[in-house]
Design a protein around this ligand. Sequence first.
Ligand code: COA
Length: 318
Amino acid sequence: MIYSRIAGTGSYLPAKIITNQDLEKLVDTTDEWIRTRTGIERRHVAAEGETTVDLAEHAARRAIEAAGIAPAEIDFIAFGTTTPDLVFPNCGTLLQQRLGCRGVPAFSLETACAGFMYALSIADKYVRCGEARRALVIGAETLSRITDWSDRATAVLFADGAGAVVLEAAASPGVLSTHLHSDGEYKDLLYCGSGVSKGFDAKLAISMTGSEVFKIAVTKLGQVVDETLSANGLERSSLDWLVPHQANIRIIQATARKLEIPMERVIVTVQDHGNTSAASVPMALDVAVREGRIRRGELLLLEAFGGGFTWGSALVRY
Ligand code: COA
């Protein structure tokens, strides 16, 4: 049997930081409201002209270096993003050209905040079936470009960043299972109304019915973590770490409660990163790996939920 294992992680944040105090000057909000309702204290946003692929390239190079391989050894690229540089070529292919691994399959997919979970699941399948040996999996976003900075309901939440992992073929897992879901019934609760086929309108930004999104996110994430554990015949107590989507500290706490996992075993970066959509899980993973908290051999549950709705999880022996 061939499995995939995480050989290296990387992440990158653009230099510019917007604090809650900065937002107090832009919209009718307070640092206290943002911190207590979301857990967010600051977020990073891309500079003018800095794109999703620019951020992704930094994260990818760090993950490749951590894996101890050369960029040319990457033979598959799966890139989750909802904020691509261009309509086409896709971000995966743009990144492939920069890394110099020419000719390998590369694509991007847009499943909002679950983008990394979808990309990871697909890359894992390609490694398992022997068609890829070293897959680069990316989640990267410049959500600041589709955020209405005068809308306090969303401006306080979203941010930019990039995370990456290199998956490598291995004789033992690695990625134990992945679980993906979507339900378009909820499409009106969280969306960006601008598009290509429907008509491009740069004025249309992220629109969200926050309290409804909150409730459904907690329910669906609770279900998917149960599904993940039962698919592997595991008890909640087997988990070493929960690496959740960093949307809101209260959603993270609710999922941790469901798993009966103490917050000390939950990776939380939302205070520094905000909600970076597809970038959120791989960035949190990389932070925890580089801080030495997540160690080789430990069992991780990764999960994310976002617009669509789309959601998913992965159980990973790191
Ligand atoms: N600053 C100050 N007040 C704000 C505010 C802001 N940025 N945004 C909303 N408010 C106000 C509302 O107008 C409302 O005022 P009212 O009681 O006078 O009507 C009050 O705060 C409560 O609003 P509500 O929307 O009920 O708050 P909430 O506790 O649900 O928190 C969110 C709002 C957005 C933080 C929360 O619903 C959330 O995080 N939802 C999930 C969003 C998410 O994670 N989306 C991405 C999924 S990937």
